[in-house]
Ligand binder design. Sequence first.
Ligand code: THU
Length: 133
Amino acid sequence: DKIQQLLQKAVAAKQNAYAPYSHYQVGAAVLSDKGNIYASCNVENISFPCGVCAEAGAISAMVAAGDKHIKSILIVSNGSDLVYPCGACLQRIAEFGNKNTTIYLAEDKGICKTYQLADLLPHNFETKDLTHE
Ligand code: THU
């Protein structure tokens, strides 16, 4: 099913992680509301702050393909602990998801924890003062 595909694509992306500095490889896969899957990995840089998280890459791929709504996102790493999205990535997920967007934390062999965005980011920056459309 779609969740199994999310896992497969995130694990495959993780194999391509460019993490020569941290050696911490991360893969992320986004399922859009249209049923499409976008995956990416972390891409580090010798100028450390230029590094990009796996989640950010997957969300950018989704937006570039014309999708705008995240139904769920799965994150997997090569670390011994589950990887929780960083604060900045939670805000990125909030931009294209909603309180109920599902966040799966996985190991290569399967999903270990399931959250809704509101569990990990109960409040996020949002204001009607910055209008759009
Ligand atoms: N990283 C991610 O790609 N996603 C996360 O949710 C946490 C951290 C990356 C950034 C950096 O390349 C490496 O993991 C170590 O921080």
